[in-house]
Design a protein around this ligand. Structure first.
Ligand code: ZN
Ligand code: ZN
Length: 412
C-alpha cells in the first residue's frame, strides 16, 4: 500500500522582513530540497483554519489531521497533560500548571519559580500531589518542560467550567477558582482545596529547602489554568482505517498525536530546539514509513526564531528543515512502497509579529502521481501561483489519501 507523509516546519511561514528588503525568511533561506520538491510537485497556499484565524500549534495540528478544532479542541489542559504523560479519560478535567513563587501574603512574585527545571526537582514536587484524593476526586500531577506541569482531576460530576487559580501576572494573589456555570461548584471547590494542599506540601519539600539555601525562588505554589475536559474523538485508525505515527518534538503536539491514537516515535537526537538533529528526525521518519501507512513529522525550530523576532535564527532553522527534507527524500528508496508527501507549515510565525498570525502557509504536494505546475521554489510568494490554489488544512488528508489510492468513491 502506498504511504503518506506530512512534513511540518513549525511556524515556518512568515511575512516580509524589512531588513531583508521585504522578502520572507522562507524566500531568503537556502532550501534546495524543498525547491526541488516544489518543482517536481504541485504547490499552493493553505489556511490553517480559515483566512485570518490565528491558530495555535495544537488547533493547527488537529486541523491537519482532519479533526475540526472547533469541535474537538477543549482547551490546552488536556493535550498538555497527555503530552506530559498523564492519562486523560472521558469525564476528567485537565489543567496546565506553573510551578511558581508566592510571598508570605500569598502574592505571586515569580510565575516561573526562578525558572525551575526538571533537574531541580519538579518531578519530586509533582509527585507530592500525584495520587492524593480530595472530596472523592483523585488528583494526578506530572511535571513537563521547565517550570510547567499538568494536573488531571478524576471523579464524579466534574466540570471544566471554572476559572483559573493563576492570576496570569505577578504582584497579584493566587486566585480563588470560581464556577463559571451551574454544576461547576464542586470542581472549583476541589481546585481551591488542592491549591491549599499544594502550598502546604511544597513549602515543606526539601527541594525548596535547598533552593532557598541557594538564594533561588522556591516553587512553593502551583498555579492552574486552561481547564478542559477530554474531548471524545474517534481514533485515527478507526476514522481512516490506516495506522499512523508521529515524529514530533514538543509536548503539546505529542499530546495531540497520542490522544488521536498515533504512535509516537522518538528521534533519539531530537531536542525541540535549535540544536535538534535533522538527520535523526529524518531517519526516524523513514523508519516510521516502513511500518506505518501515515506519518506526520514536525520540526519545532522555525517557530522559535519567529517568536524571538530573530530572522537570522529563523533562516537557520528553515535550512535545518530543508536538510531534514533532503535526508528523507534520499532515504525513500529504503521504503518498499510509493510515498506521497505534503510539505507545509502549521501556521505563520512572522519575526515581525513574534507570534502566530492568521496568514496562509505555502504547501507542496509531491509524489509519483502528481501533475506538476510551474512553481519551482518553496515560499509564500512562489506558492501563490501554484496549481492547488488556496485550500484549508482540512483538505490535506483527503488530497493525500486520494493520491495513495485509499479514498472511498462518493457516488456510483
Ligand atoms: Zn506551531
Ligand atoms: Zn509558536
Amino acid at each position: 500500500m502506498a504511504k503518506g507523509l506530512i512534513i511540518i516546519g513549525d511556524g515556518m511561514a512568515g511575512r516580509g522582513v524589512p531588513e531583508l528588503n521585504g522578502r520572507t525568511t522562507l524566500e531568503v533561506s537556502k532550501t534546495p530540497n524543498m525547491d526541488r520538491m516544489a518543482k517536481e510537485g504541485i504547490c499552493g497556499i493553505a489556511d490553517p483554519i480559515s483566512p485570518g484565524v490565528r491558530p495555535g500549534s495544537d488547533t493547527a495540528h488537529l486541523a491537519i489531521l482532519g479533526y475540526d478544532p472547533y469541535k474537538y479542541y477543549t482547551g490546552r489542559g488536556p493535550f498538555e497533560a497527555i503530552g506530559a504523560g498523564l492519562e486523560v479519560k472521558p469525564g476528567d478535567v485537565a489543567f496546565r500548571m506553573n510551578f511558581a513563587t508566592i510571598d508570605r501574603n500569598g502574592i505571586v512574585v515569580d510565575r516561573r519559580a526562578g525558572r525551575i527545571q526538571e533537574s531541580d526537582g519538579t518531578a519530586e514536587l509533582a509527585g507530592l500531589i500525584n495520587g492524593i484524593e480530595i472530596d472523592g476526586v483523585r488528583v494526578y500531577c506530572r511535571q513537563s518542560t521547565a517550570h510547567r506541569g499538568a494536573v488531571v482531576l478524576r471523579g464524579e460530576g466534574l466540570s471544566p467550567e471554572i476559572s483559573d487559580t493563576d492570576p496570569h501576572r505577578e504582584g497579584m494573589p493566587v486566585m480563588k477558582s470560581k464556577p463559571l456555570s451551574e454544576g461547576a461548584e464542586k470542581t472549583a471547590e476541589v481546585v481551591n482545596k488542592l491549591t491549599e494542599v499544594i502550598a502546604e506540601m511544597f513549602s515543606r519539600s526539601p527541594v525548596n529547602e535547598s533552593r532557598k539555601n541557594e538564594g533561588k525562588n522556591p516553587a512553593n505554589i502551583a498555579l492552574l489554568r486552561g481547564a478542559g475536559a477530554a474531548p471524545h474523538v474517534e481514533l485515527f485508525e478507526k476514522k481512516y482505517g490506516i495506522k499512523g505515527s508521529a515524529v514530533v518534538e514538543v509536548g503539546l503536539i505529542k499530546g495531540i498525536a497520542r490522544y488521536l491514537g498515533l504512535e509516537l516515535l522518538e528521534a533519539p537526537a531530537a531536542t525541540g530546539g535549535m540544536d535538534t538533529s535533522p538527520t535523526s528526525m529524518a531517519e526516524t521518519t523513514i523508519r516510521a514509513l516502513s511500518t506505518y501507512d501515515f506519518v506526520i513529522t514536525n520540526m519545532k525550530a522555525p517557530d522559535l526564531g519567529g517568536h524571538d523576532g530573530d530572522f537570522e535564527m529563523k533562516i537557520k532553522a528553515i535550512e535545518m528543515v530543508d536538510e531534514m527534507v533532503g535526508f528523507i527524500i534520499g532515504g525513500l528508496s529504503k521504503v518498499e512502497d510509493d510515498v506521497h508527501i505534503i510539505v507545509s507549515a502549521d501556521h505563520a510565525t512572522p519575526t515581525t509579529y513574534m507570534d502566530h498570525t492568521g496568514d496562509f502557509v505555502p504547501l507542496i504536494v509531491w509524489g509519483p502521481n502528481v501533475v506538476s505546475d510551474s512553481v519551482s521554489n518553496y515560499s509564500e510568494r512562489a506558492c501563490m501561483g501554484g496549481g492547488i490554489c488556496r485550500i484549508r488544512f482540512a483538505d490535506y488528508l483527503p488530497i493525500l489519501f486520494n493520491l495513495m489510492g485509499i479514498s472511498e468513491k462518493f457516488g456510483a
